[in-house]
Write a protein that binds this ligand. Structure first.
Ligand code: GDP
Ligand code: MG
Length: 662
């Protein structure tokens, strides 16, 4: 039994999905979090497949997520639909419900967030609602697990007993009603051929929905009949086709809500949210406050909490190395194997792992910002700024995801409706620094800028953003002329972040990071160790200057000399970083041993240029591959990668020269 979970953005689909399937998908208090569909079995009900689809507001596909959802419904023909409706915002949510009902599939409406409705003194008569809509309505509160059993029972019995919506025609009079009737008659045979409900097909044809019109394969004569009928309706109502259809639907929704819904007082949460927003989204204060918040987070992460745990972990790893060293020596282990284990595996992987607490701490704070609803505000007040560089506030969601990892960020651009906005955002995501670069930043700021770590960190992030803006401005003037699409987003109420969702995100990040350390980083470290221990005749070298790796590294090194990297080992680590950014740290550790500081390979100026180069050069191979897939062009992707490296090189060069002057 395939069940599709369909609803507006932020209506609680993922929360319900997690509760019903026991999965742990990411829940966020801002629209656009779920981009790809996720599936799972409903706990306790065998042979069910619940599909969590991206949030949509209507079945007219404006953005690619709306297309994903609609395509799924039309092509895969789920056995039933659970339409989740945010009861605190019932009018707008029912707009989608009416269209879903028209589809004619077995459907149950889940009225979510009933806890909030009750708390505000409101109520909804679900029996009346169900009667008027002709489909089962079940009040639930996904977050408190209320009504979930009823919901599961309702949907399974609806599907098993083939209960279709009782009526498709809600409004029984008026020019629009007559038009829908007429068009339904005209397209009925074609619709049945492709197995979609004639009534649904008719409204789509009236909306001039091209994909559906093509699918129906209407003849010239049919299209002419439809067009003239529409013209007649437009003349009578003095409204255009889309406005007239929306009008009919909303009039009906208003009518049932007047009957079945008792509005609560404006909720405490809403009032409080409005008050908080007066400050946090204030015309002038918003951006300084945002920067202050980010600075505080960096300060706490890099100088207080994260640093504290990282230092402890690093100390622990050092102890392990010492104990192993002693043990291996006492045992008389072959020195090469000992070096492989200690200088290769433990040193490389350990150097990356010790930054785990920093990453977890950072994501702890970021998930609080997201879950509380603040990030949605950031998208809102950044919209104006983003418009100046040719993007809309909608792009902020992928860009924010980019702070975690560029791969999901690039995929999240699917929420953008215009391909122009989409491509531009994909090009810009690398300019928000992903978390894999954090170990590099943390290591270098600790070594070279111990007193100003938070400041250096925020400067780096801002520098990347400024360069991103410059790139965007250039693109806006050249390849990407045109206007960003308009951006409408409602601001969710501020919520107290849920402990579960925060812990979940921290755990997810930790798991990803540990997994990467023991797979990619481990492999790369062993390769590096091997290449630096042997020469090309596979003899063991005394000093890695004579090794195979040095041979290769010294070919690349001259390119980086102008940036102040006089040692081949530095440029080599940057090349290795293309596999994964954390590998920069592990390979530096393997190549230099624990003595990067004492080696004199870096001055403060070259450390700064190293930071800037790492910040800006091409993202890792996984991100580049994703970019290639989403842009669907190898040559464009290569061009972008080259441009990114060039920009990084120039910026690193400028920073090095400025640093040397100072
Ligand atoms: P989606 O965008 O539809 O997948 O929605 P999410 O599942 O990500 O939820 C959006 C927000 O609504 C999150 O902050 C949830 O914690 C919150 N939420 C979900 N269900 C309920 C509920 O029943 N009651 C309340 N008060 N909040 C809920
Ligand atoms: Mg979701």
């Amino acid at each position: 039994m395939i069940l599709a979970l369909v609803g507006n953005q932020n209506s609680g689909k993922t929360t319900l999905f997690n509760q019903l399937t026991g999965a742990n998908q990411h829940v966020g208090n801002f629209p656009g979090v779920t981009v790809e569909q996720k599936t799972g079995e409903i706990k306790g009900v065998k042979d069910t497949l619940l599909v969590d689809l991206p949030g949509i507001y209507s079945l007219r596909p404006f953005s690619s997520e709306e297309l994903i959802t609609r395509d799924f419904i039309l092509r895969h023909k789920p056995d039933g639909i659970i339409n989740i409706v945010d009861a605190t915002n019932i009018e707008r949510n029912l707009y989608l419900s009416l269209q879903l009902i028209e589809l004619g599939y077995p459907i149950v409406i889940a009225l979510n967030m009933m806890d909030e409705v009750r708390n505000n003194g409101g109520s909804i008569d679900e029996k009346k609602l169900s009667h008027r809509l002709g489909v089962p309505v079940v009040p639930i509160s996904a977050i408190n697990k209320e009504g979930l059993d009823n919901l599961v029972n309702a949907i399974t019995s609806t599907v098993q007993n083939n209960l279709y919506p009782k009526k498709l025609d809600f409004v029984k009079n008026g020019a629009m009603h007559r038009l829908v009737q007429k068009v339904t008659g005209i397209v009925s045979a074609n619709a049945q051929k492709v197995k979609i409900s004639p009534r649904f097909a008719a409204t789509k044809v009236i909306e001039n929905d091209n994909p559906i019109i093509t699918m129906l394969d209407l003849s010239k004569a049919q299209l002419n009949l439809v067009e003239s009928a529409i013209k007649a309706m437009e003349n009578e109502l003095k409204l255009d086709r889309n406005a007239a259809l929306a009008d009919m639907r909303y009039a009906f929704i208003e009518n049932i809500c007047a009957d079945a819904v008792v509005k609560g007082s404006e909720s405490k949460e809403r009032k409080l949210s409005l008050k908080i927003d007066k400050i946090l989204t204030h015309k002038f204060a918003a951006i300084p406050i945002f920067l202050l918040i980010m600075f505080t987070i960096f300060y706490l992460t890099f100088e207080v909490v994260g640093k504290f745990f990282s230092d402890i972990l690093a100390m622990g790893i050092n102890e392990v190395i010492k104990i192993c060293d002693k043990g291996f020596t006492a045992y008389g282990l072959n020195p090469i194997v000992k070096s492989l284990i200690l200088n290769g595996a433990i040193c490389g992987v350990g150097s990356v792992l010790s930054f785990l607490p920093i990453i977890i701490t950072l994501f702890f704070f970021l998930s609080i910002l997201e879950d509380s609803g603040y990030m949605a505000r950031v998208a809102f007040f950044m919209d104006k700024l983003l418009r100046k560089i040719g993007l809309s506030g909608k792009s902020i969601v992928p860009l924010l995801i980019g702070f975690g990892c560029s791969v999901p960020a690039i995929m999240a651009t699917r929420t953008l409706s215009s391909s122009r906005d989409r491509k531009m955002t994909i090009l810009l995501t690398p300019y928000v620094s992903c978390s894999a670069k954090i170990p590099v930043f943390a290591m270098f700021t600790a070594a070279f800028f111990p007193k100003h770590r938070a400041l250096v960190m925020i400067t780096l992030y801002i520098l990347a953003i400024i360069i991103g803006i410059a790139v965007a401005l250039i693109m806006k003037k050249t390849v990407f002329k045109g206007k960003p699409v308009s951006f409408i987003m409602e601001l969710p109420n501020y919520r107290f972040p849920s402990v579960k969702s925060v812990l979940l995100l921290m755990w997810e990040k930790a798991r990803e990071f540990i997994l990467k350390a023991f797979t990619v980083i481990f492999t790369v470290t062993i390769i590096i160790w091997f290449l630096q221990t042997f020469d090309y005749k596979l003899n063991i070298v005394d000093h890695n200057d004579d090794s195979l790796l040095a041979l290769i590294g010294k070919v690349i090194a001259p390119i980086f000399r102008p940036l102040g990297f006089n040692d081949w080992r530095i440029s080599t680590s940057l090349i290795v970083g293309f596999s994964a950014k954390e590998a920069v740290v592990s390979s530096l550790n393997v190549l230099f041993g624990a003595s990067i500081l004492q080696s004199g390979a870096f001055t403060t100026a070259s450390a700064a240029s190293f930071l800037v180069f790492t910040l800006l050069y091409t993202p890792c191979v996984a991100a580049v591959a994703t970019m290639r897939k989403e842009l669907n062009s190898t040559s464009k992707t290569l061009l972008i990668v080259l441009a990114q490296c060039l920009i990084a090189w120039i910026a690193g060069f400028i920073v090095y020269k400025m640093g040397a002057l100072l």
